[in-house]
Each structure stands twice: as C-alpha cells, then as structure tokens.
Write a protein that binds this ligand. Structure first.
Ligand SMILES: C[S@@+](CC[C@H](N)C(=O)[O-])C[C@H]1O[C@@H](n2cnc3c(N)ncnc32)[C@H](O)[C@@H]1O
Length: 339
C-alpha cells in the first residue's frame, strides 16, 4: 500500500481496499458457499485444501488460493500453510442454518448490478428490457428460491423484533401482502393466538410457503392466496401488513397500490414495514445502500418519513404512529383510513 507523507494510507488505497475490493470478496464468498466449503468444514478440525478440493471435486490450487485470501480477510482460519477451518464468521455461510448463506448466493442481483451504468444513464432498472427483475426470477427457479430465502433471512433480521413488540390491537385478521413465504405473518400470529391471517404473493412464493415448515399452532390459522396485489380484490381482513413491498415500487405505483387497497380490501389499518431514511444529510443509515439496490433491481426507492406521509395522504391513508428498531433501523408505519 502506498502511504502519504504523514504515513497514513492514501485516499486511493482506502477506496480500493474498502470499496473496489468488495467485488472480489463477495464473489469469493458466493463461490465457497455454493461449493459447500463451510458445510464440509463444519465445526470440526482443520482440513488440508487438497482434501477439501478432492471431496468437493474442484481444483485444489484455485480453492487453496481463494481460502488463503478469505482467511486473510478474516473469514476462515488458516491454521498452517494450506490447512483451513471455519471461524464463527464462516459458519454463517453454512447452508443448514447459517444466517448469511442465502444472501451471499444472490445471483440475479449480482447480474443486475453489472448493468448499473445503464441504470444511471436511463433511469430504468436493470433487466427492464427483459421484462424486469421478478420476471427474471420467474424464468430461473434457482435464483427465485435463493431470493425468497435471502428475503426471509434479511427481512426477518430487520423486522422480527419490531413486529413482535408491535401493538396489533383489535386487528383480528391480517393480510400479509407481498409476504413472500410468510415469515412475518408467522412472527405476528405466533405471538397472538387469537389472530388469523392470509398470505398473499405471486404463485411461486405461495407454493413455497405452503410446503415449508411453520411453527406449531400457526399454519392452521393461515390461508394462502396467489393474487396480484396491484389488481385483484383482497380477501376479507381488518389489517394489511406490507413489509419491504413499497420500496419495490416508484411513487406513482405506491399510490396506485395503496389507493387500490382502500377500494379492493375491507382493511381499515395498514402496517407498513420499511426503512425510514433520515432527514439529516449526515446520519449513516442502512437504507441509503438499500435504496440503490431498489434503484438497480426494480426501479423502487427507500423514503423519508415526509415522503411516506405525502404518499399515504395522496392514496387516502393517514400515518398514525411510526416505531423503529434502534438496532436494525427497520420501522413500522401504522396507518388508518383518512376521512
Ligand atoms: C422484497 S419481497 C418482500 C417479501 C416479504 N414481505 C419480506 O419482507 O421478506 C416483495 C414480495 O412481493 C411479491 N410481489 C411482487 N409483485 C407482486 C404482485 N404484483 N402481487 C403479489 N406479490 C408480488 C414478490 O414475490 C415478493 O415476495
């Protein structure tokens, strides 16, 4: 690394190490997770790279060099020349329960980011010419399944605590709209044995939700409906939950969806789960990066509180209260019908 005259790393080196370097790091994590290296190492002793390569039927020299680089980045532990074992960090990549295994395997998202120059030039999301991101997932089961599992783990980490502690009051039947495989609905119903719910998503998501395991005592209180949330009449309910749905949409479609829910559902309450971007230009916030994901993938955006209030008001809803998880910054915006 080059150093400036006062001994500190140059701005170029800092940028290279922290930003540009991320591309290779994220793809190395993708490769070792997909190949099953953390699974093979498990919680046991260290292994010779050549032995791991042999068991996974991959090239020993390539694997050793990638593991060596990942060990230098603190992901695996290199115990001697070519021997490696898992660390608490690489255990997160185990496919049988590691929290990050699905998020590092996102592939459609990686390809979409390859199109970012086009996104900035045109203001249109990546893959727009091929019909859009969700349509790309429809054509590739592997991408779609990874996306749904990654949504479940990331969105679960962000919103579980605030959903659990939310006051669901008199709402008896809850629609989880664009609910993926229903993990948020499950969290809410598990804490409220008197409540029931309907999970609404596209057909493939609903099929996966029906098949997966649910917490005991919850599955029999859930109905499943493969519906288009932009157009179809909604099943009877008094509250609609939409987590990480509005950020998928540009402003005019948020208005169309929320105004439509006034007409097409009986709900008198909306609970919206999203990041709420800070008004201050100096406050760091995970939503600032998430906003660029929405820009690139689907042409959506993250929003400030004032922006939400304007959209709710335009669509005939009124924001009553906002609660935010101070750690994850996931927020719930609770709305009623405006008079
Ligand atoms: C970002 S995911 C959020 C999933 C879940 N709410 C969560 O927080 O993990 C958005 C969901 O909306 C669903 N979706 C997108 N367009 C839809 C539509 N027109 N009708 C119904 N569901 C749709 C997708 O299949 C996906 O499951």
């Amino acid at each position: 690394m080059t150093a400036s005259t006062d001994g500190a790393p140059s701005h170029a080196d800092v940028l290279w190490l922290t930003q540009l370097h991320d591309i290779s790091l994220s793809r190395m994590l993708y490769a070792v997770t997909r190949l099953g290296v953390p699974d093979l190492l498990g919680r046991g002793e260290d292994h010779e790279a050549a032995e791991i390569a042999d068991r996974l039927e991959v090239d020993a020299d390539s694997l050793d060099r990638i593991l060596r680089a990942l060990a230098a980045a603190g992901i695996f532990e290199r115990t001697s020349g070519t021997r490696y074992r898992n660390t608490p960090t690489s255990l997160l990549l185990c496919t049988n329960g590691g929290q990050l295994a699905d998020e590092v395997q996102l592939q459609a998202e990686y390809l979409a980011f390859g199109d970012i120059e086009h996104v900035v030039r045109t203001g249109r999301p990546a893959m727009a010419e091929q019909g859009g991101f969700y349509q790309a997932l429809d054509r590739n089961d592997d991408w779609a399944n990874t996306f749904r599992r990654a949504c479940r783990s990331r969105s679960g980490r962000t919103f579980s605590a605030v959903l659990r502690s939310h006051d669901w009051g008199r709402s008896r039947r809850i629609l989880d709209i664009g609910g993926g495989v229903g993990h948020h609905l499950e969290t809410v119903l598990a804490g409220h044995p008197g409540k029931t719910g309907t999970l609404i998503d596209r057909a493939a998501g609903i099929a996966q939700a029906r098949e997966r395991e649910w917490q005991p005592g919850v599955r029999d209180r859930v109905e499943f409906a493969a519906l288009d949330y932009m157009a179809d009449p909604m099943p009877p309910a008094d509250c609609a939950l939409l987590v990480n749905v509005l950020h998928n949409l540009p402003d005019h479609q948020v208005c169309e969806l929320l105004a439509g829910l006034r007409q097409r559902s009986a709900c008198d309450r909306l609970v919206i789960g999203e990041y709420v971007l800070p008004e201050s230009p100096h406050e760091p916030h995970p939503g600032l990066l998430a906003d660029v994901w929405m820009l690139v993938l689907v042409g959506g955006r993250e929003r400030r509180r004032s922006e939400f209030e304007n959209l709710f008001s335009e669509a005939g809803w009124k924001l009553v209260v906002t609660r935010e998880d101070p750690v994850t910054r996931g927020a719930l915006l609770d709305c009623t019908r405006a008079e």
